[in-house]
Design a protein around this ligand. Structure first.
Ligand code: GDP
Ligand code: IMO
Ligand code: MG
Length: 423
């Protein structure tokens, strides 16, 4: 953490790496925590003192009462879901209204965007993306098409603007012959959510950040999703619709590249993916089932089974280069505690071609593995690196050498306390 800089914590694979947990752990060191991309497709889990929260749009720095949290311009926000999320935190005793600032430039997810999300998925037949159904793709599409509504729009003549956009959506849905939906109740809550949002500071968050950085304050940018779900660099078209990489921190918060400090790249000791799309390391056997079972790999947003496999060095190397990762954070190491052997994917192969570089089309590639001995030790109670079993230390050394980047934090359980610094 350096004064006057923005550090970023980014999921560098397919999301759900444990970003929420680590942002919560890091928050005491920073003045401001800011989300720069995505919306309620995210599900960030935080567990401490016997309490568990799953955040979607609200940054994971919110549990540190003195800190300002920002929902940046690169985010999309659904007022009804935001209201439900914020009220849950208020009921739990957290005061949000003065210290959760929302960018006027963030875009609004309408109820009809969610219907459009379902309609577009239905029209894709076998090629469904497997979206979270939160209206993400339709909202970012309209942002790019310059037809969307922003948070700042709720402050003036909103009913007219809302009615016009909703009616445009209804026409598109009619053209798609997707008319069997009813948003009456959803819309009522959504409009209530719009009013509720007005009780929060709706600000020019980029200017706020410029002033804070100039005054020497430190900022932690919290990623959502992961590099392989990035609209440009992920496994397109099986991706989300935002810029999840370090470049997205600059556009999604309005901060300059030279304001960026450390880039923390967070990954699991194995791999998971939720939704459709290529996943060369996917295990369809009992090993995959065992990882899912022990790792509790079921989506925090949709409850879907996460697809599981061994760690993927091809994807990790690509993500480290794309993001400029300066430090790695390895999560969920404890999930591999009982395995005799651990594997790591070092290359992909297809039709006699072997590559260590991320191919344009990851469809149809098979993983090439190296094997390492498992540590067969319960890691969950460990508190310091000098307690690491030899085979676990060996796995860390192996990954650091292959990835040419230090692993400075290792997580051995879901609780805030189960986090070990190696720095
Ligand atoms: P995020 O989207 O990146 O914030 O991650 P999620 O919250 O969607 O998924 C991570 C899941 O793993 C959550 O259920 C966490 O409680 C859990 N978790 C985080 N770190 C660890 C860990 O080190 N070990 C175990 N067993 N679970 C962890
Ligand atoms: P966090 O921040 C894992 C996946 C969806 C789908 C694809 C597109 O919790 O890590 P979308 O609804 O964004 O249009 O879906 O992206 N996806 C995620 N997978 N973690 C996430 O967020 C995700 N957000 C979206 O499953 O495959
Ligand atoms: Mg998640």
């Amino acid at each position: 953490m350096a004064k006057g800089k923005v550090d970023a914590l980014l999921g560098i694979v397919f999301g759900d790496e444990g970003k929420g947990k680590v942002v919560d752990c890091f928050t005491p060191k920073y003045d401001i925590v800011a989300r720069f991309a995505g919306g309620p497709n995210a599900g960030h889990t935080i567990i401490f003192e016997g309490k568990k929260f799953v955040l979607r749009s609200i940054p994971s720095g919110i549990f540190d009462e003195g800190k300002v949290n920002i929902i940046g311009n690169g985010c999309v926000i659904a007022p009804d879901l935001f209201m439900a999320e914020a009220k849950e935190l208020e009921v739990a005793g957290y005061d949000l209204k003065s210290r959760l600032h929302i960018s006027k430039r963030a875009h609004l997810i309408l109820p009809t965007h969610r219907v459009l999300d379902r309609a577009y998925e239905a029209a894709k037949g076998k090629n469904k993306v497997g979206t979270t159904g939160k209206g993400i793709g339709p909202t970012y599409s309209e942002k790019a098409a310059r037809t969307s509504l922003r948070v700042g729009d709720i402050l003036e003549n909103f009913s007219e603007k809302y009615a016009a956009l909703k009616s445009r959506h209804e026409q598109i849905l009619k053209d798609l012959h997707y008319t069997d939906y009813d948003i009456t109740e959803e819309e009522r809550l959504w409009l209530e959510g719009v009013e509720y949002m007005k009780s929060f500071p709706l600000t020019d968050t980029e200017i706020e950040l410029h002033k804070a950085l100039k005054a020497g304050k430190s900022v932690l940018a919290e990623g959502a999703q992961g590099t392989m779900l990035d609209i440009d660099h992920g496994t397109y078209p099986f991706v989300s619709s935002s810029s999840t990489c370090s470049g997205g921190v600059c556009t999604g918060l309005g901060v300059a590249p030279n304001a960026i400090g450390e880039i923390f790249g967070i990954f699991k000791a194995y791999s998971t993916r939720v939704g459709s799309g290529p996943f060369p390391v996917e295990l369809f056997d009992e090993t995959g089932d065992k990882i899912r079972e022990i790792g509790n790999e079921y989506g925090a947003v949709t409850g879907r089974n996460r697809r599981c496999g061994w760690v993927d060095l091809v994807a990790l190397k690509y993500a480290i280069a794309l993001n400029g990762v300066t430090q790695l954070i390895m999560m969920k190491s404890d999930v591999l505690d009982t395995f005799d052997t651990i594997k790591a994917c070092v290359a992909y192969k297809k039709d006699g071609v072997v590559t260590e570089d991320m191919p344009y089309d990851t469809e149809g590639w098979e993983a090439v593995y190296e094997e390492l001995p498992g540590w067969k030790t319960d890691l969950t109670g460990l508190t310091s690196p000098d307690q690491f079993p030899k085979a676990f230390q060996n796995y860390i050394d192996y990954l650091e050498k292959a990835l040419e980047t230090p692993i400075t934090i290792v997580s051995v359980g879901p609780d805030r306390a189960q986090t070990i610094s190696r720095a």
